[in-house]
Design a protein around this ligand. Structure first.
Ligand SMILES: Cc1cc2nc3c(=O)[nH]c(=O)nc-3n(C[C@H](O)[C@H](O)[C@H](O)COP(=O)(O)OP(=O)(O)OC[C@H]3O[C@@H](n4cnc5c(N)ncnc54)[C@H](O)[C@@H]3O)c2cc1C
Length: 507
């Protein structure tokens, strides 16, 4: 069976040969959401497009997000109307056209309790109502994102069973978007780009770039080759300064912990609670499809080395658990934590203030000779718009049609709904491809079993990751295709199967 935009070892070899031989219109450096988005936009405009990524798709910040597709509430609070509008608009496009299989509505509650003064509660309600005006203006229907409203303490506790009720006056209920898995969104964008003709070369590091000539090292083959491109797009996120030394970033670290949903009595809504002493910061607990809750997020200036997999410190973990526990019947402790992850926000250095105050809008910086564009900042939510703006700059110089990405469904896009006989997890994660993914078990029914007892991940997901989603090694597979790496103990239990599958396919 063939899959559009299939990525695998053979396709990678073809793509490397192509970008080494052909002069490209656009070479994108970086395979996060920004780079994948730029590659898709450029390929759809008929530009000869390549992408190089030093490790794997979604290797960087793009897999460490809070997995929210924000309608811009936070920016409304900060008075940044432009970016709030852009976020609401992009959320609409993702939920209705480009990725309705991966992005779904999520109810949130802000409890009105002793941590939130009556004035704070009233302001929260005003904020979510303003967010609802943006929803309306961006065209998102009420059946996709219902209206915000005040709810009783009883209703709030029905949504989040673990909520503390002794000081609860009620709650504000509102809706926003959640992405099933941020790394899967990147993979869907990259595969869609490949289906439109982009060459996608992972495990290829850009070593240097000058006047449209980029030296690239194939990290698997060990060779170094040159790629020539009329425009090079630096989409290296928090590492953008390594490609263009003039780019000045002020990274901020954001940490999350992952707990079992049973610790919050299986919440059906996300819970947000204010950080004491700060007017615009919250800690949230968002339930995921697999019985987990993600608790986050911190926002602290960081000037140390930028790792791909930053550790979460004890102080960060305590801050998250302590803040959330103020709203819970039972305080969470380290014993409740199954996994931890952190990432760095690629924020442009625009001077003083805390990193929480730095703008989340994106910027496009152009080298004096116009051959190097750096796209930086922004959000997962607004990736499509960032990409469109970047490729608009390319076509302004060299010519080309308008962006078509707003109406281009990503691979797998389909309305959510049950597909008879296909495991629900596959439908949530693979959308219209779910049936075909399940079909990979036709000769080995065991592949429809969990990768270990009690795991939500099925064997076919590993096989599909290798055959069609560009996983080149077990890290790609376990950490970025099925995300078992977030809970290290679970990852270890799946390593043998992943190794066997790679071995079996190579034999
Ligand atoms: C903690 C946290 C929570 C967040 N939560 C949300 C959220 O809920 N919703 C939302 O909309 N946004 C969120 N964001 C923001 C969002 O995640 C980022 O803005 C976005 O992922 C940045 O993507 P990127 O592609 O620009 O960078 P990255 O994802 O970091 O991609 C850059 C890529 O470049 C590659 N690279 C680096 N150097 C080279 C080289 N020399 N050659 C080749 N490749 C190279 C890296 O390996 C990496 O894969 C969050 C951010 C953080 C940190």
């Amino acid at each position: 069976m063939s899959f559009a935009g299939s990525l695998n070892a053979a396709q990678r070899a073809t793509d490397i040969a192509r970008i080494a031989a052909e002069e490209l219109d656009v070479l994108v450096i970086g395979g996060g959401i920004t780079g994948a988005g730029v590659a898709l936009d450029a390929a759809m405009r008929g530009l000869r497009t390549g992408l190089v990524e030093r490790r794997d798709l979604a290797n960087g910040t793009s897999r460490w997000s809070s997995k929210l597709i924000h309608g811009g509430l936070r920016y409304l609070r900060q008075g940044q109307l432009g970016i709030a509008w852009e976020s609401a608009r992009e959320r609409h496009i993702l939920m209705t056209t480009t990725a309705p299989h991966l992005v779904h509505p999520l109810p949130f509650i802000a409890p009105l309790n002793s941590t939130l003064s009556p004035l704070g509660g009233a302001l929260t309600e005003v904020g979510v109502r303003a967010g609802d005006v943006l929803r309306l203006a961006s065209g998102t229907r009420r059946r996709q994102l219902p209206a915000p409203r005040r709810i009783s303490a009883l209703e709030a506790q029905r949504l989040v069973g673990g909520l503390r009720t002794d000081d609860l006056r009620g709650a504000v209920l509102f809706w926003d978007g959640q992405v099933e898995d941020d790394a899967r969104l990147v993979i869907a964008v990259a595969r869609t780009a490949a289906s439109k003709g982009a060459a996608v070369a992972t495990h290829c590091t850009a070593l240097s770039t000058a006047a449209g000539r980029v030296q690239v090292r194939d990290e698997i083959g060990g060779t170094t080759f040159e790629v020539r491109a009329r425009t090079v797009v630096n989409a290296c996120g928090v590492w953008a300064g390594t490609i263009d030394r003039s780019v000045r970033l002020r990274p901020s670290k954001g940490a999350h912990v992952v707990v079992d949903a049973r610790a919050l009595l299986e919440p059906r809504a996300a819970l947000i609670t204010p950080v004491l002493g700060e007017s615009a910061r919250w800690v949230g607990a968002t339930p995921t499809g697999d019985g987990r809750v993600i608790v986050g997020v911190t926002d602290d200036a960081f000037d140390g080395p930028i790792d791909d997999e930053p550790a979460v410190g004890a102080a960060e973990e305590d801050f998250l658990l302590d803040t959330l526990s103020l709203a819970l019947q039972r305080s969470l402790t380290g014993a409740d934590v199954l996994g931890r992850y952190a990432g760095f926000r690629p924020l442009l250095d625009t001077g003083g203030g805390s990193t929480a105050d730095l703008s989340r809008s994106h910027s496009i910086l152009e080298s004096p000779d116009g051959t190097l564009l750096t796209v930086v900042g922004g959000k997962l939510t607004t990736y499509r718009r960032m990409a469109q703006d970047a490729v608009d700059r390319v076509v302004a110089r060299h010519g080309g049609p308008r962006s078509g990405t707003a109406s281009q469904p990503l691979i797998g896009a389909c309305a959510r709904g049950a597909t008879t006989g296909v495991p629900a997890r596959l439908v949530r994660r693979y959308g219209s491809e779910a049936e075909a993914v399940a079909g990979l078990a036709v000769h080995d029914r065991a592949l429809l079993e969990p990768v270990f007892a009690g795991s939500p991940v099925l064997g076919v997901e590993l096989l599909f990751g290798i055959l069609h989603e560009g996983a080149m090694d077990i890290d790609d597979l376990l950490d970025r295709r099925v995300r078992l790496g977030v809970v290290p103990a679970e990852r270890r239990r799946a390593e043998a199967l992943a190794t066997d599958l790679f071995g079996g396919l190579a034999a």
